[in-house]
Ligand binder design. Sequence first.
Ligand SMILES: C[S@@+](CC[C@H](N)C(=O)[O-])C[C@H]1O[C@@H](n2cnc3c(N)ncnc32)[C@H](O)[C@@H]1O
Length: 230
Amino acid sequence: MARSLPPSPLPSLAAVPSRLVVHAEALGWLDSTAPAPGTSVVTSLPDVSEIPELGFDGWRAWFIDAARRILRWIPDDGVAIFFQSDIRYRGVWVDKGYLVLRAAEDEEALLVWHKIVCRKPAGTISHGRATYSHMICASRTLHPPRRPGPDVLADTGVMTWKKAMGVNACRLACRYLQDETATRVVVDPFCGHGTALAVANSFGLDAVGVELSAKRCRVARNLTLPLDDG
Ligand SMILES: C[S@@+](CC[C@H](N)C(=O)[O-])C[C@H]1O[C@@H](n2cnc3c(N)ncnc32)[C@H](O)[C@@H]1O
């Protein structure tokens, strides 16, 4: 007669979401790594100030190319979510939402949603950097939303450094991935301190980050939640 085993005192290892942070150049890593089904990207591409050696025109072309390569890389059941803040460069407004949409159009990707995330309370006057970020979700295949979500997020949440994604913004992205897509793995090819990775893990999703800075890789490997506020 079969005997049932007593409950294990240890949690199942399979229940613990994994986190891998790779110290590498993102686009080379994407070229050499095939995504498994159920992989989506949540990322924030570097600003011109992070790669000044390219110059503004070089950075702009690089940005569109990088977004295109991410959209090409995701599997058919995946989506790519970009979190980008507009800047003023030498007096001219640079709309990074437009740059992401340019890339999506060039790749014939579909716009799933476009949200605005407030980095400062509405009405705040600032010079140089926008007080909001674009959060844009695109995919090569149709992902019609099953449930409505907010178009405007009033508070991006805790940011671990000035170029970080806010924790609340990452939560919004991961909740969408969990509720509306087949995503099991979240990849951030420009992971910085790993906010998206830590939030993905808190949702039970596996996470992979890629980052050029060895110091930020170390932070990303160890970042834990909660970081906040709620
Ligand atoms: C906008 S920040 C991302 C911040 C991140 N979302 C966070 O919450 O900390 C962009 C990151 O990309 C990294 N980076 C820049 N160029 C890169 C490249 N070619 N490959 C990988 N990482 C790169 C920078 O070091 C920086 O940490």
